[in-house]
Design a protein around this ligand. Structure first.
Ligand SMILES: [Zn+2]
Ligand SMILES: [Zn+2]
Length: 682
């Protein structure tokens, strides 16, 4: 009898076409046995000639489907059972789903070919997908991942789709969202006069409306986008006015990589990120100016089409660079259901391109950039969420509720760390709703019971996320200081539990052990032993508390009050507005004045000294403005930022900025010298 092997494969191997891939591979190598989705991944029994078995195992490792991620292949010799053919077996029933939910995937090459092949039954069908591509997290309502547990359950398969769905040799074998124009959902237009006559007409007309410079709300994978021609300043400005988004950069979608290259500088690393399966928005240096898209910024956030609909829009002649921004009013979560979109976007979008397939949960586009140590993810959402980011040695399920700004939540089940999509700022009612939905969603999907849960929340007593966590019945709670959590999360991603480190956490705002506002902290220790705060930025005043974060000159008053021999800030070139004087008075009289070690406010102060004396319109704006200035300068010597008695002393640093500005040194050079100084100080 032939030898046999038992093979276990772990990683992202379910819902990504892995079993049909194994089936085809087994047939190619003339093997008998079976494959199934097991408790911890894919299980295979294979028997056949020794050489064929070796080649088969090798191919499992090296030829896996594009969306799969094989983390471990375990092979054991077992007794042969004398199978005559190779089959796909029913999934094993599990006690708790530990299967990883795949993030959403961009349309694959094979589906794209079919999409533009007039002889294919899914020619120009915007919902084409297969086991290698398409929606996952945004259509899954419950586990296990089967059609009745998705938002596709209301469309039953016709004979054609069902034939593919049942055929183990087909790329659509058990592709849960499979559909065709005869049995699946469609797109239609709203507010465009005449109703559209089918998907193709709706898409052609949308492309025409975009060419005319109008704004269209387009339903996508995880929510609505507001789209307009990025090269039409009138359209872009109209979008800014209507969206109440004064200056925050808009992301753009380029028709293809060539068009992207004409807009931004694409290093090979940036291009790899842009075309990766997550298809994030990539920040890269702008090559051309798109007026109004990213004011005062030398970078543009760019992405490529990732759904069949996007490809169809460009093929129908939509402008080759589109603004594609989350459809919401400033800072609210992205709109994802029809009524919500129609209510909230009335007056923003001229027309709606609406798809019938419901979205199970809102998922924004991800934002990433190439950093000094590889890709850095700034907003982890579509394409990444809810992938596991780490493995924790945790015996019980954990929920980490996150902070109030740019919130995400994390659930740890059986040691797997699942980070949610980006949720937003919880002081917006809609975001707070989304926060609660996301927690309920993850907890129920992984069948975790509330009373076995340990809930980690921010130490800030007034955060919405904190009060919510403390109100959870049955669960046990633990408060974690904000900046220690930042350091610990970096180590967790690398699986470093014992390693002693010096962790530097630079931030805008976080509640400190002493109740003051931290944000420039140095910790020594390890995740297991805990972190001691060993150094920090010299303390400054924060006149007016949180409001100071909105006005760089107000933050500046808290820092500059400590500096002697400062030039007159109300005179040129500084010309600080009266708000500065008023803030100084608060500091002098010690009214409504708090204490801070925030690096964010230090950067705001530098921005104010360099000329950013108005209010900011989005978080981080002043620091980004300083960064963009610094990019324009050649390398210069850094300003002094001495470390004395456990404190980084900002006084010489800021005095140097002020003096050079008064002397008329170029702002770009000052910004650069400031940043060099901070780096050297660290
Ligand atoms: Zn596909
Ligand atoms: Zn069909």
């Amino acid at each position: 009898m032939n030898p046999a092997r038992s093979i276990r494969i772990r990683g992202i191997v379910q819902g990504v076409g892995f079993r049909p891939f194994v089936y085809r591979l087994a047939h190619e190598h003339g093997l008998a046995g079976w494959v199934l989705n097991g408790e911890e991944g894919v299980a295979i029994h294979a028997e056949g000639a020794e050489e064929a078995l070796c080649a088969f195992v090798e191919a499992l490792r090296t030829q896996a489907p594009p969306a799969a991620h094989v983390s471990e292949v375990e092979v054991q010799a077992v007794e042969p059972a004398g199978f005559s053919g190779f089959t796909i077996r029913e999934s094993e029933r599990r006690d708790r789903p530990t299967v990883r939910i795949s993030p959403d995937l961009p349309v694959c090459e094979l589906c794209l070919e079919e999409l533009f092949d007039p002889s294919n039954p899914r020619y120009r069908y915007p919902y084409i997908n297969c086991t290698n591509c398409g929606p996952r997290y945004t259509v899954i309502v419950a586990l296990p991942y089967d059609r009745p547990n998705t938002t596709m359950k209301q469309w039953s398969l016709d004979a054609y789709c069902d034939g593919e769905y049942q055929d183990p040799g087909n790329r659509r074998f058990h592709a849960q969202p499979v559909a065709c124009p005869r049995c699946g959902p469609h797109y239609f237009l709203r507010n465009a006069g005449e109703p559209a006559n089918g998907d193709d007409d709706a898409i052609q007309r949308t492309a025409g409306i975009l060419r005319q410079g109008e704004i269209v709300a387009v339903k996508g994978l995880g929510g609505y986008h507001l789209a307009c021609d990025a090269c039409n300043p009138t359209a872009v400005n109209a979008l800014r006015q209507r969206k109440f988004r004064k200056e925050k950069p808009f992301a753009v979608m380029a028709r293809d990589v060539d068009v992207a290259r004409s807009i931004v500088e694409l290093s090979p690393e940036a291009e790899a990120l842009l075309t990766s399966v997550a298809r994030p928005i990539v920040l890269a240096a702008a090559k051309t100016e798109l007026p109004g898209v990213a004011p005062d910024n030398d970078e543009i956030g760019i992405m490529l089409p990732y759904t069949p609909l996007h490809h169809l829009l460009f093929a129908a002649g939509a402008p080759e660079v589109l603004v594609m921004t989350s459809a919401n009013r400033s800072s609210e979560p992205i709109a994802y259901d029809e009524q919500d979109a129609f209510d909230r976007l009335a007056g923003v979008a001229d027309t709606f391109l609406v798809g019938e397939r419901p979205i199970a949960r809102r998922v924004d586009d991800s934002v990433a950039r190439v950093g000094a140590f590889g890709p850095a993810i700034l907003r982890r959402s579509r394409g990444y969420a809810p992938g596991a980011v780490a493995t924790l040695p945790a015996e019980r399920p954990l929920l980490a509720a996150g902070a109030d700004l740019k919130n995400t939540v994390t659930l740890v089940v059986d040691g797997q760390v699942f980070v949610s999509q980006h949720i937003g700022d919880l002081d917006h009612y809609q975001a707070f709703q989304a926060f609660q939905e996301t927690i309920r969603d993850l907890v129920s999907m992984y069948e975790v019971s509330w009373d076995e849960l340990l809930v980690a929340h921010d130490a800030h007593p007034q955060y919405f996320s904190t009060t919510y966590s403390l109100g959870l019945p049955g669960a046990e709670q633990i408060a974690v200081q904000h900046h220690r959590a930042h350091v610990a999360s970096v180590l967790a991603e690398r699986g470093e539990w014992d390693r002693p480190v010096l962790g530097v956490s630079f931030d805008g705002t976080g509640y400190g052990d002493d109740g003051s506002i931290w944000g420039g902290e140095f910790f020594a220790g390890s995740v297991k032993a805990g972190f001691q705060r060993v150094a920090h930025l010299r303390r400054a005043h924060l006149p007016g508390g949180d409001a100071a974060a909105q006005h760089p000159v107000q933050a500046a008053a808290g820092f500059l009050a400590q500096i002697e021999a400062l030039p007159d800030m109300s005179a040129a070139p500084f010309s600080f507005p009266p708000r500065y004087r008023q803030a100084l008075e608060l500091v002098d009289k010690d009214v409504r004045s708090f204490t801070t070690t925030s690096i964010g406010r230090l950067f705001d102060t530098a921005a104010a000294l360099l000329g950013f004396t108005r209010a900011i319109t989005f978080e981080g704006q002043a620091a980004m403005w300083v960064e963009a200035l610094a990019h324009k300068s050649r390398d210069v010597a850094g300003y002094p930022f001495p470390f004395v008695d456990g404190e980084l002393d900002f006084r010489p640093l800021l005095l140097a900025v002020a003096e050079d500005r008064r002397r008329g040194r170029r702002q770009e050079e000052i910004a650069r010298a400031f940043q060099r100084g901070v780096a050297r100080g660290v």
